[in-house]
Write a protein that binds this ligand. Structure first.
Ligand code: THG
Length: 373
């Protein structure tokens, strides 16, 4: 394995309210996300994965930065940037919303939290949406205030998440619905807690309002979590590919539409009629997509890490797509991957060639998530 260089951390690579605790927990690797530290490994990718699927972890996902939109035109602005219809969104709901530009290209895929009719948090993937949203609001003369609040998500993920959180805030949290949020008192402070998070193991996200609350909250979770073998963790590359959770910037970019990203179920007529780039999506809906995200099984031994897309070719050697993420899944006993595949080849069971970093292999197209296999 090639040696990974160190990351020079300066003020521009922002620390989080939890960074000191993460360091004390033995973090081994970081990435930079929204100009902020995001842990990627503690023990090893596989050890972290097995632990996540069995116990409970606390994740510093502060790098999922919030953009707060507040004011009479808040709902209008958010509906303007996503094809998902937000008309029925309740003020205890979170929605996964593709955000698109004027060409229908995806520029982010955040979780939007509705706090009240005129107040929202947009919990970002890795791209600079604060300026885009401010620019649009200023250009259109909307009556809103837009800023990055001092709010940092801390995720509690894994099958024992409900037990851990119930011990801290009471059993009422067990009835919190998926992508619903409620306020809970933890250690004398009120926190917005949602049943959400970037794993398929179940869990919550605590929106920590105020940097000074980060360490006390972390300590409460670890004290109560001892009996559940709680550990510091982070979004896990193996688990997220198994579950088909997409990573913006990796699996799709501004060159892809939400349909291509397999997010057609979040493209609604009422949203596309009013959002920027909605006309492009309506045309694609009518004409059909040229390519789409698929799961792939890659033959052979454990694949190396996929840092840059691997080309997919057909039997004639023509390029028909690319793999964006690939990993060995211990539980499936296979190499699993996510890729963008041209229409003529996207049917399940289609056999293709993939040019992995260590050479050519056979790849078979299939559904996402891999639980369907
Ligand atoms: N939580 C919060 N903010 C985030 C993420 C998060 N910002 C960045 C990134 N993750 C945004 N991307 C996603 C991608 C998938 C999901 C959430 C955020 C997700 N998808 C569910 C699924 O695919 O099964 C379903 C969502 C739905 O149907 O509404 O959870 O994780 N705060």
């Amino acid at each position: 394995m090639t040696k990974t260089p160190f990351l020079s951390v300066t003020r521009r690579v922002r620390s989080t309210p939890f960074t000191r605790r993460v360091t004390e927990s033995g973090v081994k690797a970081y990435t930079v996300y929204n100009h902020m530290l995001l842990p990627t490994m503690f023990e090893s990718f596989e050890a972290d994965y097995h632990h996540l699927k069995k116990h409970v972890q606390v994740w510093d996902v502060a790098a999922e930065r919030q953009v707060e939109i507040i004011g009479p035109d808040a709902a209008k602005l958010i509906q303007w940037v996503t094809p998902r219809n937000l008309a029925k969104m309740q003020d205890d709901q979170c929605y996964y919303i593709p955000m698109i530009n004027e060409k229908g290209g995806m520029i982010n895929d955040p979780v939007a939290t509705k706090i009240s009719d005129n107040r929202y948090w947009v919990s970002l993937a890795d791209s600079d949406m604060l300026y885009w949203l401010k620019g649009l609001a200023i250009g259109k003369g909307l009556n809103v205030d837009i800023f990055e609040p001092d709010v940092s998500p801390l995720a509690v993920q894994g099958p024992k998440s409900d037990d851990l959180m119930a011990d801290i805030v009471g059993n009422s949290i067990r009835s919190l619905g998926f992508f619903r949020h409620r306020n809970f008192n933890i250690g004398g402070k009120n926190y917005l807690v949602a049943r959400s998070g970037w794993s398929k193991q179940g869990g919550f996200e605590i929106y920590v309002d105020g940097t000074e609350n980060g360490e006390p909250l972390w300590d409460i979770l670890f004290e109560a979590g001892e009996k559940y073998q709680v550990r510091a963790g982070c979004p896990n590359g193996i688990e997220r590919i198994e579950g088909g959770l997409l990573s913006y910037g990796t699996d799709m970019t501004h060159e892809n539409t939400p349909y291509e990203a397999g997010l057609g179920k979040y493209c609604h007529r009422a949203g596309m009629d009013v959002c920027i780039g909605g006309d492009v999506l309506l045309a694609e809906k009518k004409a059909g997509s040229k390519q789409m995200i698929r799961g792939l099984i890659i033959d052979g031994d454990r694949v190396p890490l996929c840092h840059n897309p691997w080309q997919l070719t057909n039997a004639a050697g023509e390029k028909v797509g690319h793999v964006t993420a690939a990993v060995w899944s211990p539980d499936y006993g296979k190499n699993i991957a996510i890729g963008m595949v041209d229409k003529k080849h996207w049917d399940h069971e289609t056999v293709l060639n993939v040019y992995a970093t260590d050479g050519k292999r056979r790849a078979t197209v299939g559904p996402l998530p891999f639980a369907a296999y």
